[in-house]
Design a protein around this ligand. Structure first.
Ligand code: FE2
Length: 191
């Protein structure tokens, strides 16, 4: 018994000595670097969405959904410039870092378009699914970033990120409403 416990604890302490040490020994500058890297990630994601949302709008059938996507394109462009403002407040160069997660979610959305028939409510259901996955990724990212900004004492940055966070939540709720009040039932009738 004792033997196996020792083995486990030895493995644990051996597994990531470098990364642990870095985190423990550094001051808030390591946290700030992490924060900036995450900003670059979401900046890439927002810019990518500016290119993607028009494709989703084009693929949608419902006028209500098309209009929700069009409105969110406008909001997304504002999110991009708000992030640029954040980089400025932090005195950091504006930079994007490829967000693998967002790329994956968007690819999934594209396959939904390919796999469903144009002009159907079923495709709209799929588009709402894809869009809500995007929104939830953004909500978790902006929620974490806003909280970290507060931790780092950057209240002006936290305020900007919270504004975007709230807009993402509103977009998500709007999509839920469109699905639950309308499109899901239209798709059911198609079946
Ligand atoms: Fe956004």
């Amino acid at each position: 018994m004792a033997k196996s416990t020792n083995t486990v604890s030895a493995k644990k302490s051996d597994s990531k000595p470098g990364s642990k040490k870095e985190t423990v020994t550094s001051d808030s500058s390591a946290l700030l670097s992490f924060f900036v890297e995450e900003l670059k990630d979401i900046y890439w994601a927002e810019k990518h969405l500016v290119k993607t949302i028009p494709k989703m709008t084009k693929a949608a059938t419902s006028a209500e959904l098309k209009s929700a996507f069009t409105d969110h394109l406008g909001a997304t462009k504002i999110h991009v410039s708000r992030l640029e403002e954040v980089f400025g407040l932090l005195d950091e160069k504006i930079a994007a870092k490829k967000c693998e997660a967002m790329e994956g979610i968007i690819k999934e959305g594209e396959s939904i378009i390919e796999d469903t028939e144009a002009g159907t409510a079923t495709r709209d259901v799929g588009l709402i699914f894809a869009a809500q996955k995007v929104e939830h990724y953004e909500i978790s990212t902006y929620g974490g970033l806003a909280q970290l900004a507060r931790t780092l004492g950057k209240d002006d940055v936290a305020k900007l990120l919270t504004t975007t966070l709230n807009e993402e939540k509103e977009a998500d709720e709007l999509l839920t409403g469109i699905a639950e009040n309308d499109i899901n039932y239209e798709a059911l009738e198609e079946a």
